[in-house]
Design a protein around this ligand. Sequence first.
Ligand SMILES: *[C@@H]1O[C@H](CO)[C@@H](O)[C@H](O)[C@H]1NC(C)=O
Ligand SMILES: *[C@@H]1O[C@H](CO)[C@@H](O)[C@H](O)[C@H]1NC(C)=O
Ligand SMILES: *[C@@H]1O[C@H](CO)[C@@H](O)[C@H](O)[C@H]1NC(C)=O
Ligand SMILES: *[C@@H]1O[C@H](CO)[C@@H](O)[C@H](O)[C@H]1NC(C)=O
Ligand SMILES: *[C@@H]1O[C@H](CO)[C@@H](O)[C@H](O)[C@H]1NC(C)=O
Length: 350
Amino acid sequence: MKFPAVQREKWLVLLTFLHMWIGSSNGCLYPGGDYEFKLKLDKNVIPALAGCAQIPCAYSAPMRTHSGRLVWFSGSPDFPISPRDMERKDGLLRPLASILEECSIVLWDFSGHERVEEYGVMLEWGTNETHVYDERVAVSYSAAKLNISLHSEVLEAGKRTIIICSLPDLCLNSDPIVTWKGLNSKQLRRLRFPREMETYLMYSEQLFYTPVPEDHQAEITCEATFGKNLSASATMTLTVHSHPQILNSSTCSLKQDLLTCVCVSQGVPLPDVHWPLQNNIDFNTVVSSDGHITVRSTFTMKVVDLTSISSPVCVSRNPLGQTNMTLPLNMDEVLEEPEGDGQSKNDLES
Ligand SMILES: *[C@@H]1O[C@H](CO)[C@@H](O)[C@H](O)[C@H]1NC(C)=O
Ligand SMILES: *[C@@H]1O[C@H](CO)[C@@H](O)[C@H](O)[C@H]1NC(C)=O
Ligand SMILES: *[C@@H]1O[C@H](CO)[C@@H](O)[C@H](O)[C@H]1NC(C)=O
Ligand SMILES: *[C@@H]1O[C@H](CO)[C@@H](O)[C@H](O)[C@H]1NC(C)=O
Ligand SMILES: *[C@@H]1O[C@H](CO)[C@@H](O)[C@H](O)[C@H]1NC(C)=O
């Protein structure tokens, strides 16, 4: 809507009068007086949230500037903040003297680095006129804290647990997206818990997960992207206890008169592997382990009478339980297999 110059003048006079009347009724503006340049920044230093800074602000300015434009700048007036990087947000500053108008903003954080930046405000009006307010506010940005935690420190394979990833103080409207990495099982169900507080967002995600034995000492990571161009991640190492298991690669073989049995077992804590031989004589056991989840026990003994061999049993035990396996006896070594015939390797007996 355009007004002819005269009519606009009238409007201005009316507006001025109205302002004066409102101002004086609050005892802030005396008749014929005018506003002063005043700026109120709630604090000197403001900690940023993850993704943005919220700066409470209120100002006043003389009537002649009323068509002016308020400009936020970073560091000095030469570096105005682009409108793309900020948003006006009312309600951050409680009402003060009625002469003050709110100029609070939300400033997006695009880099997520730890740093302190200073901001100020100026008013531009008329053709070239500006007023730079003296007050400055500093914002301290810090890297977003993402927290990954478990309900219990020690997990058990096969038992469902809850893994939590949380971002405690996110900027509102920062649309967090969490991804999980490093888990061996695909069995998972996730629940999201966004909680909008007055000026920030508390976000957490719960993962219902059933660990597999291979998850022991796995590094799992929860990664979040949020705000404008930001991301954060947290990593933890899982401790997964599991029942002892005897692997199928466990076997016995006979070479001339030497019986060699290998029992490969997995479990956490590392299982204790032994051979409950019936009536035993001379035998020799060597135990080795990857120090992680696998134990390998090898025993060798001289066989005097082939008919006296009974199928060896390997027993594996840890605090979670025990298991045993009757090992297959691989006889090929005594059978003088013909060269090039690899098939006879599969001859098993037990
Ligand atoms: C987005 O983040 C990357 C990595 O932190 C940075 O290099 C890039 O400059 C950022 N983009 C914008 C538009 O700030
Ligand atoms: C406004 O500023 C520009 C450059 O800063 C200058 O060239 C111009 O003369 C100024 N105009 C007035 C009316 O002051
Ligand atoms: C993560 O959250 C847990 C439980 O809420 C808390 O005890 C721990 O201190 C937090 N860790 C970090 C780095 O914030
Ligand atoms: C051993 O092999 C059998 C048959 O291939 C399989 O069913 C079983 O799950 C295996 N056991 C282990 C401990 O890998
Ligand atoms: C092997 O396991 C079976 C069943 O769990 C049990 O009955 C048996 O006593 C065990 N044998 C040995 C030698 O531990």
